[in-house]
Every structure is written in structure tokens, then in C-alpha cells.
Design a protein around this ligand. Structure first.
Ligand SMILES: [Fe+2]
Length: 309
């Protein structure tokens, strides 16, 4: 993506706009449901790692990524904790190598969200493959995708309270480090400059390298310094959401909230949850609620309120 898959049954015209090549992929849909859901509530998932084979297990101890996604899907669609307007998956959408069957299963497993009226936005991670993903989207939805694969898939989703900037840090499939690249960072700067009056939330896959050249983090975002240079003084930037490390963590850099969304698939640290995060936008900040697959997880239902800088 960020690519946007529209809901199947929402009545009103989706107000999100997409820039760049991703705009070609976006088809608004009219439908029959009278209720318009609040655009202030979103579900964030990350590192779903969906394999083509639904029986595939992975990790130590081994888990089944599809089963995990189904549990989370049931939780989101139950409405017990709010009704998200849409979903944003912050990368590593599929298993490891970005294969056609992986994306077929991914799109099938996300279809129930769209049928319930949610839009679905996928961000590319280091285990994704842009061309294979776009081919799968065309095959399964009929949504036209660009004939020539762009170097990055980025887009903007505009809502009443914030603008989401969906970024693409995939450099090479199944290669751990990530890179936004000069071209995309310039696009981001230009688009931010034309949207100064509304808070901006950025979403990408890779974690920033917080050490920034002091102790290089080899698997992190390799152009963290350039990224921070572009966003530090653009005060409309309030938060950056990312995945990749399969961890739940929040911190602040230059007043910008850094939100690490945990994985729904396997974890690297057994103390981390399999979880998703409910985002509720406020006038001057946001509230995050952690929803773990395991209700006994100590931070299940933890609520974090964060104010904008
Ligand atoms: Fe991952």
C-alpha cells in the first residue's frame, strides 16, 4: 500500500483519497446499509504472515497464523470493543516469500471484514511482494492495478480528524532491513506540506533505528535519519505506527508518538502478546486499546491515552 480494499456493503461514498499509483487501485462502493460508522475508530494489525496453506504452522512454540487471524477477526467483528471504520495492516501481510497462494488466502481471510463494511488497507513489509500482491488483488477483486509496478506503494487516507499516510518500506522480499527511499520521502514531505492543518498519522512496516548511527540496528529502517529529518519540524505529524519487531511498545521521539503494533502471528519474545490494537481518535490525541488473543495476558485491554504534540 498501501492498497485499499473497499468495503462491500457500506452505503456512503468513502471519503478516503489516495495519491500516487495507489489511486488507480481504489474503487469506492455504494451499498445498502444506512448507518455511517465513525471514521474515528480503526483497527491496527501487523505481521499477520498469512500462508497459502491454512494448516501451515510456524514459530516456537508453533502457532497457526490463519487461526490467530480468525480469532482476531471474530473479536473485531463482534463489536464488543467498538466498531472500527477500517483496518490497517502494517506489513508482513503474508508468510515469508510473498507467494501468489499466500495473497489468495490473505484476501479471502480479510473478505469478512469487507463484507461487514470495513475498508482494509495493506502496507508492504519485508515479507511482501508488491507485484504478486497486486496481481492477487486484480484476480480476487477485479480492482485494476497499475500495469507497471511502482517502486513503492504509498497512499493517503483522509478522515475528519486525521490524515493517514500509508508508507512502503519494502526494499527486497525476505530481506530483513527496510528503506523508504528518497523518492517516497520527498513525496511524503510534499503531501504533508499541502496538509498542514490536520494531524498526520504515518504508518509503515519497519521500526525506526532509534540509535541512529550510534549502534546500527541492522534489521530496522535504514533511512531513519532522513525520515526523521522530514517529519521532525512538520508539526502536523503526531504519530508513526509500525510493526516488524512483533512487539507492543510506545515511546516518543521529538514529541512524535512511536507505536509498535504487535504481531498477530508468531512472536520473537514470549512475553509479547498476539494482539491487535483499537485506535480511537480524539480532538487532541488518541486512545489505544490492546486486544490480546489470550484474555489472561496482563496487558489485555490496556488503554493508553496520548496527546498530540
Ligand atoms: Fe514479521
Amino acid at each position: 500500500m498501501p492498497i485499499t480494499l473497499p468495503p462491500i456493503n457500506r452505503r456512503h461514498f468513502i471519503t478516503g483519497t489516495l495519491s500516487g499509483t495507489a489511486a488507480l487501485l481504489f474503487h469506492p462502493v455504494w451499498s445498502a446499509e444506512p448507518e455511517i460508522q465513525s471514521q474515528d475508530v480503526w483497527a491496527f494489525l501487523s505481521d499477520t504472515h498469512i500462508p497459502g496453506n491454512r494448516n501451515q504452522t510456524a514459530g516456537t512454540p508453533s502457532i497457526n497464523p490463519v487461526e490467530h487471524l480468525i480469532k482476531i477477526r471474530n473479536d473485531i467483528l463482534s463489536g464488543n470493543i467498538g466498531k472500527p471504520y477500517g483496518l490497517i495492516v502494517s506489513g508482513d501481510c503474508v508468510y515469508l516469500h510473498g507467494l501468489p497462494d499466500d495473497y489468495k488466502t490473505l484476501l479471502e481471510e480479510f473478505m469478512p471484514f469487507r463484507e461487514k463494511g470495513l475498508s482494509v488497507h495493506f502496507v508492504m513489509g519485508n515479507h511482501d511482494n508488491r507485484q504478486v500482491f497486486l496481481n492477487a488483488v486484480t484476480q480476487s477483486t477485479g480492482i485494476n492495478t497499475p500495469p507497471i509496478i511502482p517502486t513503492r506503494l504509498h497512499s493517503i487516507v483522509e478522515t475528519p480528524k486525521v490524515n493517514f499516510f500509508l508508507l512502503d518500506s519494502l526494499e527486497k522480499t525476505n530481506h530483513t532491513p527496510g528503506l523508504f527511499g528518497e523518492e517516497q520521502l520527498q513525496w511524503l514531505a510534499d503531501e504533508l506540506d499541502s496538509r498542514k492543518d490536520k494531524p498526520a498519522i504515518l504508518v509503515g512496516h519497519h521500526n525506526p533505528d532509534y540509535s541512529r548511527n550510534i549502534v546500527k540496528a541492522p534489521g530496522a529502517l535504514q533511512d531513519t535519519t532522513a525520515f526523521f529529518e522530514q517529519i521532525r519540524e512538520r508539526k502536523q505529524v503526531k504519530a508513526y505506527f509500525y510493526g516488524h519487531t512483533h512487539a507492543w511498545k510506545t515511546l516518543r521521539v521529538n514529541g512524535i508518538h512511536m507505536i509498535n503494533i504487535p504481531a498477530t502471528a508468531w512472536r520473537f519474545d514470549q512475553n509479547q502478546p498476539f494482539a491487535w490494537v483499537l485506535l480511537t481518535l480524539k480532538d487532541n490525541g488518541m486512545s489505544l486499546t490492546l486486544r490480546s488473543i489470550d484474555p489472561e495476558y496482563p496487558k489485555h485491554n490496556e488503554i493508553i491515552n496520548l496527546a498530540w504534540r
